[in-house]
Ligand binder design. Sequence first.
Ligand SMILES: Cc1cc2nc3c(=O)[nH]c(=O)nc-3n(C[C@H](O)[C@H](O)[C@H](O)COP(=O)(O)O)c2cc1C
Ligand code: SF4
Length: 483
Amino acid sequence: MWKPAERIKYTAVEDDWPNAETAAQSQLFRPLDVGPMRLEQRTWIPAMVPWRSNEEGEVTEDVLQWYQRFAEGKPGAIVVEATGIRDIPSGPLLRIGDDRYIAGLRKLADAVREASGGQTRLLIQLIDFLTIRRRPEREKFLQRFLTITDAHRAALELGDADDAGVRERLLGLDDEALQRVLSPKEWEDLNHGYRERVTDTHIPVIAELPKRLPQLFSDAARRAEQAGFDGVELHYAHAYTMASFLSATNIRDDGYGGARENRVKLPLEVYQAVRAATSGQFAVGCRYLSDEIIEGGNRVDDACYFAERFATAGMDFLSLSRGGKFDDAKQPKVGWAAYPYTGRSGYECMPSYISDEQGPFGRNISPVAQIRAHLQAHNLNTPVILAGGIYSFKQAEQLLQDDKADIVGFARQALADPDWFEKVRSGCGEEVIICRYSNYCEGLDQKHKQVTCELWDREQLDEPGIRKTEDGKRRMVAPRWRR
Ligand SMILES: Cc1cc2nc3c(=O)[nH]c(=O)nc-3n(C[C@H](O)[C@H](O)[C@H](O)COP(=O)(O)O)c2cc1C
Ligand code: SF4
């Protein structure tokens, strides 16, 4: 992962936890209505992909245990990982692209309700993403994947040579000469792997996204409601299709790109379709970026504009992340796909303990506070969720008291200790296992390996009946908290 040049090391510490009485009087542990959904406390576990599903994208026993474990900590809400809305093979990514997924998802909703004693609301994050392929071997790319065109023949002065002849000449070129012959897109496909963009409107399925996506998202949301979820979070963040429509880099010329009001058009149409397909008892909101971090990307003023449009349209909540883009991702190794959390924007999304002067804690606070203030100035009270490097009660409570956010998201901190919420609420904060922000978990995610936390995955491996990772070396969920 990219790291700031300063390389300053930080340790997350907290030695001033509240007693049960102080916690009970805090804003953090006070209920809040989020559209039709009542949160028992203002805490939220944002979506995290743990790679617990199977090739069919189903709710497996491992998926159930993963979310049960979080629910035992009784946070205000859990957002289930990014879940694919299309009925297409997507590796072991959870899916909701067909009615056959409803039964499994219902089990998941029931399991969370039971494990939290009904204290935790459950949402699911709905994602669409475009095709991305692994970085190919040079020889394979030039011999098989590259489509030979007259532009190559002209650049190589090969007249009307057949494809095999052109390939043979390309194979003999050094990198500098090859780059001159290939188009910039072909050069990128060779060095980073083929990746579709929302601006590739010459590809019919990309051109037709605005026609297809509202239906795909609304069908998925209807299934989530049928399965017993309390709501959906539309994934408009990071490197995926909807974030790419919002992005300042979206220059589509079909009314869905260019100016901000065009870029927000499809996200609003998707939202309207989802609203129309679900009942008034079902919460609908989105996750998007307070700042894309990339060159030429959206800044906080764009995010304020989008917040106003989303809130005016009637969304029940806005969850803010930042960065996490392909645009500045590192070149992947041959045989690997690009991963959107390897560049500077990836660092801002999941800041690690090796940081700069500002440090890894709460880097999203100031932009989110600005977005929330913008909403309030327009008399819009849509709850805003803030996440990024937050692990302590004091910090979370202060954010709420200072009106910087309405709900606090704890992603890696909840992964490090799913009992954070119950421990702090009951005055046992000293027992919290604090996240190191090492990003060991994120490294596993990058390799599509089952995500665990280094602070507990080798603990009590001899505990009877526990499930372990495929190599048998790590436990899959955190050990139980024994009060
Ligand atoms: C293993 C892992 C998987 C993640 N998967 C998702 C995801 O599916 N959707 C999403 O919006 N964010 C995802 N994130 C980002 C987190 O939701 C969160 O925004 C980020 O970790 C910063 O918050 P934190 O500092 O509290 O961890 C993931 C993070 C991690 C560590
Ligand atoms: S592995 Fe554990 S300690 Fe390290 S960042 Fe992830 S949750 Fe935190």
